[in-house]
Every structure is written in structure tokens, then in C-alpha cells.
Design a protein around this ligand. Structure first.
Ligand code: SF4
Length: 345
């Protein structure tokens, strides 16, 4: 819901100030799906809200649940007909985390990513971004699914820092106590390495987590598979990360998709460790190794054995390293698989 529009509607209808809090809490915090559920306001006001505002700026086309019930992928049809995806994941029992999109498609064209194959169609508005996170609150409540839901990751479709103004506004709404009230430390933004965005983020959001989709520690390889590297190479990226760490002293998350025979050798692990150590305090850096989730063609995931060996090498270099278990790959809801269409049928 566009909260600024709500403010205007309430002002126009001469409602007392506390009404805003009441309605905002019901929509953003409780995840209601209709204004008719707010029984503490008059029927007349409910009718006005129904006429003037929408709770979600999209229709839910479908929600698909993974076999292990630890991932749910929703397809949202926006008002202009574009489709975006969001995934709710349970990394631990009774703990939920939403992966949300920031653009329809993506211009960054990372070679191993389904969204990158779509190209950029448009940026999402802050309302379209926030509403994905709010939708999952309502979904958990309506389906009586137990657990805490405090984590939001900007890791769905799109490069968040190429839609900076809307992403900035959406983070502000998500963490505003009078609106969504998600904890600052539960929100993470992941970038492919858009340096101006990292610097603005460092200046604006001291408490929000930053993840870098690094994937390669050699410029030649990064240039080949991630065109963003031609604009902001590893050296330039390093300077922006040093700036981020100097401002925030927060942990920096490094995402590394493991591609068989491409970036999973001993040389790659050693180069990665050397690069990360050159950024700054190694205690502030943590690497997440992600086994590649197949999209249509092209790449093969590294073997379990090579992922394990890679992890040991990174740890031996003094950098914390974990292997992230893939969740939701059977519904094409895992990292790099979001393409705005349901491939499950
Ligand atoms: S990995 Fe991220 S930045 Fe790269 S194409 Fe996919 S969505 Fe865009």
C-alpha cells in the first residue's frame, strides 16, 4: 500500500491522526488482505479505503510450495502486466526469510543467472518492493504457518543498486517502526558490485547488511561472466568495500556461486582469499559458497567434493566460509533461478 496516499486520503476525509497508525499497522504489520478486516474503523471509512487504495500493487498469480515445504515461490502480476517473483524460505525450522525483487528483469546480464537473460524491463516502485515482504506476513498468517519472520533479503530479480532511490525508500519503510517494523539487522541487500551504490549504501544505512555477489577473484573471469566488472573491476570494488567497512564495521557477506571447472579450482580459492584479505579486517568478512542451481543450459554445478575442498582452502586462508544449502531449487526459487515465470509445470 502506498502509505503517502493513505495519509492524503485520511486528511481529505478529516480523520484523526491516530487512524493512520491503526491502518498502517493492520496493513504493514499484520498483513491483512482486505480493509474490511479492520473492524476497529467505521464501515464508511472502510468503503472509502476500498475505493481509493489498494493493499497490494499486484495480483498474486500463483504460490508454489517446494517438496520439503521449506520454500514457497509467489508470482506477482503487476498492474502493467509484468511478472515478478518472490520466495519465502525457511533456513531453520520455524524461521522464515523473504527474498524480494527490486526490478522486473535485470540489465546486468550475469551469464549464469536466469533473470539476467530477461534484460531490464523496468524498475520496481518502493511500494512494489515493500509489498512483496508484506505479502508474506499475510501468507503466513492466513495459512497458519508458525515461526518468526524477521529477515528480508534483496536477492530476487534485479540489481538493487541500479534502482537506488526506490530501494532506499523501501528499506526505510520496511524498517520504520510505525510501518513494517522489520529489524534493521534482519535486512540484507545483495549487489553484483555496483560501486556508486555501495558507497551511497555505506553513507545511508549503517545497520543494514551488505552482500556482494563476487563469484570470481580474477578480473579476466569476472569480465567474461559478469559484465559489471568492466565498469567496476576488482580493484575499484575493493576500494568501495574498504569505504563500507570504514563507515560501518559490520560483517560483509561474500556470495560465491560454485561453477564446475570455471571458478572452483585451488587457484581460484587462493586468489579469493588473497583478495578478501586485502580488503581489510578478515574477521569482518564471511564467504557463502553456493552450489550453482541449474537454469536452462550452459553451466554445471561444482561437485560436493570440490565445494568442500574450496571451503577448506578459504578457511585455511583465515576467512570464515560456509556452504549455503540450496532451498527451493525444485520450484526454481533458488539463487539465480528467478525468471518471472513458473517453470514448475
Ligand atoms: S545475478 Fe543479480 S545482478 Fe546479475 S543478472 Fe542476475 S539478478 Fe542481475
Amino acid at each position: 500500500m502506498d502509505y503517502k496516499k493513505l495519509q492524503k486520503v485520511l486528511e481529505k476525509n478529516e480523520q484523526p491522526a491516530f487512524r493512520f497508525k491503526q491502518i498502517a499497522k493492520a496493513v504493514f504489520h499484520d498483513g491483512i488482505s482486505s480493509f474490511d478486516e479492520i473492524t476497529t474503523i467505521s464501515k464508511d471509512l472502510r468503503m472509502i479505503l476500498n475505493k481509493e487504495l489498494q493493499i497490494y500493487p499486484f495480483n498474486v498469480k500463483e504460490a508454489v510450495i517446494s517438496r520439503d515445504k521449506r520454500a514457497i515461490k509467489a508470482l506477482f502480476e503487476l498492474e502493467d502486466g509484468n511478472i515478478i517473483e518472490s520466495v519465502l524460505i525457511s533456513p531453520k525450522p520455524e524461521t522464515w526469510s523473504a527474498c524480494i525483487s527490486s526490478q522486473v528483469g535485470c540489465a546486468m546480464a550475469c551469464d549464469f543467472c536466469a533473470t539476467g537473460k530477461l534484460g531490464l524491463r523496468r524498475d520496481l516502485t518502493s511500494d512494489e518492493i515493500v509489498s512483496q515482504a508484506v505479502f508474506w506476513r499475510g501468507y503466513l498468517r492466513e495459512n497458519n504457518i508458525a515461526g518468526t519472520y524477521t529477515n528480508i533479503v534483496y536477492m530476487g530479480m534485479g540489481e538493487p543498486f541500479m534502482n537506488w532511490e526506490n530501494v532506499k525508500e523501501s528499506i526505510t519503510i520496511l524498517t520504520d517502526e510505525s510501518l513494517c517494523d522489520f529489524p534493521n539487522r534482519g535486512v540484507s541487500v545483495s549487489t553484483s558490485g555496483v560501486v556508486p551504490g555501495i558507497e551511497k549504501f555505506a553513507d545511508t544505512f549503517g545497520q543494514i547488511n551488505l552482500a556482494i555477489s563476487l563469484h570470481f577473484a580474477f578480473d579476466e573471469k569476472r569480465d567474461e561472466y559478469m559484465p559489471v566488472n568492466k565498469a567496476y573491476n576488482l580493484e575499484r570494488l575493493k576500494k568501495s568495500l574498504q569505504y563500507y567497512l570504514s563507515k560501518n564495521k559490520r560483517r560483509l557477506f561474500i556470495e560465491y556461486i560454485m561453477l564446475d571447472g570455471i571458478n572452483d579450482s585451488k587457484e581460484d580459492a587462493v586468489a579469493l582469499t588473497k583478495y578478501l584479505r586485502s580488503i581489510g579486517d578478515k574477521k569482518l568478512i564471511i564467504v557463502n559458497l553456493i552450489k550453482y542451481n541449474s537454469i536452462d543450459e550452459g553451466f554445471t554445478p561444482s561437485t560436493t567434493d570440490s565445494v568442500q575442498k574450496f571451503k577448506e582452502l578459504v578457511k585455511r586462508g583465515g576467512i570464515a566460509c560456509t556452504i549455503r544449502k540450496s532451498i527451493g531449487d525444485d520450484i526454481h526459487g533458488a539463487c539465480g533461478q528467478l525468471a518471472g515465470k513458473n517453470k514448475c509445470n
